[in-house]
Write a protein that binds this ligand. Sequence first.
Ligand SMILES: Cc1cc2nc3c(=O)[nH]c(=O)nc-3n(C[C@H](O)[C@H](O)[C@H](O)COP(=O)(O)OP(=O)(O)OC[C@H]3O[C@@H](n4cnc5c(N)ncnc54)[C@H](O)[C@@H]3O)c2cc1C
Length: 198
Amino acid sequence: MERGWAGFSTPETHGKWSLRASATGELVFDNVKVPKSHVFTTVKGLKGPLSCLNSARYGIAWGAIGAAMDCYMSALNYSKERIQFGRPIGGFQLTQKKLAEMITEITKAQLLTWRLGVLKNEHRATPAQISMAKRNNVFMALTIAREARQIHGGMGITGEYPIMRHMMNLESVITYEGTHDIHLLITGMDVTGIAAFE
Ligand SMILES: Cc1cc2nc3c(=O)[nH]c(=O)nc-3n(C[C@H](O)[C@H](O)[C@H](O)COP(=O)(O)OP(=O)(O)OC[C@H]3O[C@@H](n4cnc5c(N)ncnc54)[C@H](O)[C@@H]3O)c2cc1C
């Protein structure tokens, strides 16, 4: 498709509170005529776009771990520096519970995604396995961002720490490249053999 063709427009999406550093827009097709010269010669059906999505979703699975690690590290450092009631807040059991659960979930996600990478190198990773990793890791990162925000107390809402930036960006990531719910349905279809969606 090329800009300027009749019926094809690309309006920009304004007012975003997530991924604000990048431009986002719609591709609108209204009775567009595509000449044969612009049809892919080697790609048939949806296979091309879907293989592209598979790679992007695999990348997102790793990217989400990075966001989770940044939130965790910030919370860990803050918990050792912030003194309340005469001791670092990292010395309280409830803070340690949050940190211990964060690093456990990060480690589980790393292992899941590392295994997926091994399968991908062997050309054995299935789209459903990639769905599982994307869905799990983004949700894990969002949950960790929220817990990390709590450890930072009121300071956690400021731009002095990376938490809110990750949290807001992850709200896009949980929706794009396949929504959280649709990836769940893909896993459901994978284990039952029955599609719950059209
Ligand atoms: C910042 C940003 C960047 C983006 N970049 C791209 C891009 O580069 N390329 C691209 O192609 N798209 C991109 N998208 C679009 C993104 O992929 C879509 O927003 C996403 O697929 C959801 O589609 P939708 O917004 O139309 O929501 P809808 O399809 O309207 O879904 C709304 C809700 O209903 C649920 N739902 C819908 N259908 C069903 C069903 N059958 N069963 C159960 N639940 C259902 C969904 O899970 C979701 O929770 C981007 C989006 C954002 C926010």
